[in-house]
Every structure is written in C-alpha cells, then in structure tokens.
Design a protein around this ligand. Structure first.
Ligand SMILES: [Zn+2]
Ligand SMILES: [Zn+2]
Length: 359
C-alpha cells in the first residue's frame, strides 16, 4: 500500500540532517525532524519550496542540531505549519516560532487531530527527546524512533513495544557495535580507571545536552575518591535542564542532583576527571586549558563523532587523545531488540552510513 507516502529527505544512509515526510492527505505533509549535517558544505535536507509550503505539521524529536538545525531554512522556504515538540526541545534548541504546541514528556502521550493521531514517548537519548508513532485515518502507521537508547543510565525511556507499523525508521547510529549499553559503559570505566591509575588526568569533551549528563552520573557513581569537575557551560546547561526533571528516570533524579551539587564548584585545574561541554574542543579557552593540562599529564577521551580539522582530531593524530564510544544511540544489538519486540512491516535503520532494509 502506502510505502510511497514516505519521503526521505535526509538522515538515511548518512549521519545528520534527519528529515522524513509523510503525505497525510493529498499533497499535504507531516514532517518528522528537520536537521542539518554540519560537516557538509550543503548541510540542509533536500526540501523544495512546494514541500515546505505544503507541510502542515513538523514534529521535532529532540534539540540536537542534526534533528532541528534546519528549521529556519524550512521557514525561509515557506513553511507556515505548526511545530510540535517538548517544551525542553524548543527551549534547548532555542526555537522561536509563531505556532508551536508543547508535547508533555511525562510518559506515553497522544496528539490527536481530525486526520491523524500521533502517540509519543520518551526516547532515552537527551532531555526532552521523544519517539513518535503516527496513525493516519486510513490505518497507515509510521513509527519514528528519533535518536533512541533502549537502556539509558539516567534518561527516561518509555520503551515502544508491541507496536504495529507499516514503516519504521529506527536509530542504529552505532551500526558496527553488537554490544549492549551496559558493556559499553563498563569498557569506558575500565579505560578511565587505567589512565587514572597511571597518574593521568582524564578530560572528556561532551555535548551540552547529551551524553555528558549520563557520563557525569556514571563517573560520580564509580569514582568516589577522585575529584570530578565540569566547565561553566555545562553547569549552565544543567541548571537550565533541572527546571523540568521529567527527562530523568524517577529513581535516579535525586541521586543525579546530589552528584551534581557535590561537584559543581570543583576547580577544573585541580580535578582528576574533567567534563567539558565542547564536543570538538572548538572554544579557545578550552584549548588553552587542555594544552596546559596535557603538559602536566593528561589524556583526552573523546566519545563523540569526529569533525575533520577540529582540535580533538588534531589531538587524536598526536596521540594525546583516544576515542571510545559512549552508548547514547542504539547499537545494532539495540536496534534488533527494538525490531524484535515490535511488529514493523518494513524497517529502515537510520543515523548511519549503511542503507539496510529489514522486513
Ligand atoms: Zn541526538
Ligand atoms: Zn541525531
């Protein structure tokens, strides 16, 4: 039936500029995400003026720029519809648009409209991140996981299961990894421990609103004797996020806040474990600080994507940095689990360079 009603505008077979459109009535569209690929000279999803004008609803999964960084571009192309996302996504991504609807991220929710319904739940990836299930009046169902983590440490995930869908787009950013999240976290801890034992300070560049919070929580729980510190930017981001705590698993909220309060004023220059909210270490003050720490004795442990020409890349080449994967996306094992516990007719794993079709 309806496979043709899906238009892939970016994010499948590549990392970034995620954008998927569904024709919900003749020539009118619902869009899921509208991101950029900041490593590409033309970073935008492939949307023309007609498509932008004929899109009535834009659902945003979360605040990362590979999912909502092209909203302004879409508006410039003539988009005049409604944007739907959690309050946190709109706030953290700094989206100021005339027509928005807040989706409440407190568990499974639903947005209903005469022509369709969208069920949503928290996706375990970042503050305010959601997955979506769209049901059209004629019964067509489309599932979109957004960036997804089935087994998060701190973030809340309302695991989608027993869902029937004609087409599912699911996160498999860690497509080469068969490990589960807990094993990956243990590998990171073992690596950090090795360096600390040898007298290194450990510097970890992270995103403002992503794996950094989970890493902070992981470190605080596993390195009680070592001094942990975070930079000012991360502190401001955490304060902003703590205004609404629904993004955290209930059982861990209090503990996370306690860990954060205990370390937030620690002096970075005297710390053993340092988190800097600057994924590629592009800020001049961070580069200065890191160079100084490296001269003493330190290692950079990078856990994000590589950006060609960045300071982190330069440090990797000079063997002053090392890379390891932090699980804040689905691995192949996680994607297969999500596939197994649902009934998707056609599944397209996205957010990686591979182009596979399951089903
Ligand atoms: Zn993301
Ligand atoms: Zn993403």
């Amino acid at each position: 039936m309806h496979m043709n009603s899906l238009k892939i505008k970016g994010g499948y077979g590549e990392h970034g500029r995620s954008c998927f459109m569904i024709e919900y009535v003749a020539k009118r569209y619902i869009m899921f995400d509208c991101g950029i690929m900041d490593t590409d000279p033309f970073p935008f999803p492939n949307i023309n003026e007609d498509e932008a004008r004929n899109t009535d609803f834009l659902f945003l999964s979360h605040a990362h720029k590979d999912h909502c960084g092209a909203v302004d571009h879409l508006v410039a192309k003539g988009f005049d519809g409604t944007i739907l996302a959690t309050k946190q996504t709109l706030e953290l991504a700094d989206i100021h648009y005339k027509k928005t609807i807040n989706l409440k991220a407190t568990g499974i929710g639903m947005y209903k409209q005469p022509f369709f319904a969208v069920t949503f739940g928290r996706s375990g990836h970042s503050p305010g991140s959601l997955w979506f299930l769209l049901t059209l009046n004629d019964g067509y169902k489309f599932f979109y996981s957004g960036d997804f983590q089935i087994d998060p440490l701190l973030y809340a995930c309302d695991i989608p299961k027993d869902i029937t869908a004609d087409v599912a787009i699911i996160d498999m950013a860690h497509d080469q990894l068969m490990q589960r999240a807990e094993e990956m976290r243990n590998d990171i801890l073992a690596m950090i421990k090795r360096y600390l034992t040898q007298g290194f300070k450990v510097i970890m560049p992270v995103q403002l609103y992503g794996r950094g919070n989970e890493l902070l929580y992981l470190l605080a729980n596993n390195f009680a004797k070592e001094k942990i510190a975070i930079d000012k930017r991360m502190m401001i981001a955490i304060e902003k996020m703590l205004k609404d705590q629904n993004w955290m698993q209930k059982d861990h909220r209090q503990e996370f806040i306690q860990s954060y309060e205990a370390i937030k004023n620690n002096d970075i220059r005297r710390a053993d474990l340092i988190l800097l909210a600057d994924t590629h270490l592009e800020k001049a003050d961070n580069q200065l600080l890191v160079e100084q720490l490296l001269r003493e004795k330190a290692i950079i442990i990078a856990s994000g994507r590589k950006k060609e020409g960045s300071f982190v890349c330069q440090m990797l080449e000079e063997n002053k940095a090392i890379r390891i994967c932090y699980p804040h996306h689905s691995s192949r094992a996680d994607a297969l689990t999500l596939y197994d516990i649902n009934n998707f007719k056609i599944t397209l794993p996205f957010h990686s360079e591979i182009k596979e079709v399951w089903g």
